[in-house]
Design a protein around this ligand. Structure first.
Ligand code: SF4
Length: 207
């Protein structure tokens, strides 16, 4: 594997904050915990978006594919966006997750420009609900490679079994996922988060 380019990592962190992340941190790939049971929650109890898009189970590689990808990279960029709780649990939720996907995809592109040729971004929620809510079906399921929003839509971390609570702990952000509220705020805030694997070309493997 290549050595870690700290200057590029700092550029990515600054860039993530500039495009809207409240906080961003670099995590070691070995600290990203993947659990089969977490991915299984997409199926049981069945998420209403289960199977509706190319980016959700059972159409993604799941925990096994994620573990393989993590073996081939040394670090990732984890970020969060703080939002008022009232907004996340309102009709504006779709716009918040749209922003999350767009920021994740933007960081992925920046990472590619900086030499992480195989950077891969993961966000949250279903891209069917976020981007194709007014469409009868996912176009990529019918015609692979024909996603309507390839510049923005990214797979959800949950479908790959990524343990977000452990990620929050590993970067030292004192916000539990159980109560997604942040204490001490006059208006209650919550957050959404994303992850970008920082991989180089020679680290790519059969997925
Ligand atoms: S076509 Fe729509 S639902 Fe299908 S992968 Fe792309 S954004 Fe998601």
């Amino acid at each position: 594997m290549r050595g870690i380019d700290y200057k590029h990592l700092q550029e990515l962190l600054q860039g993530a904050r500039l495009v809207g992340a409240t906080e961003a941190a670099i995590v070691a790939a070995k600290d990203i915990v993947v659990e089969d049971e977490l991915a299984e929650r997409c199926r049981l109890p069945r998420c209403e978006n289960y199977g509706l898009s190319m980016s959700c189970p059972p159409h993604v590689g799941g925990p096994a594919a994620m573990r393989k990808q993590l073996e081939a990279c040394e670090q990732a960029l984890f970020f969060r966006i703080d939002v008022p709780s009232a907004m996340l649990y309102s009709s504006e939720s779709r716009e918040i997750f749209q922003l999350l996907h767009e920021i994740a995809a933007g960081i992925e592109r920046a990472a590619v420009r900086l030499g992480f040729d195989q950077a891969k971004a993961f966000a949250g929620d279903s891209c069917k609900r976020i981007f194709c809510f007014d469409q009868p079906e996912c176009q990529a399921l019918a015609a692979p490679g024909k996603c309507r929003h390839p510049q923005s839509a990214r797979p959800s971390m949950s479908g790959f079994g990524i343990n977000v609570e452990r990620l929050l702990q590993s970067v030292g952000w004192d916000i539990g996922i159980g109560d997604r509220s942040m204490s001490g705020e006059s208006e209650k805030n919550t957050f959404v988060c994303g992850l970008v694997l920082l991989k180089h070309l020679q680290q790519n493997e059969q997925e």
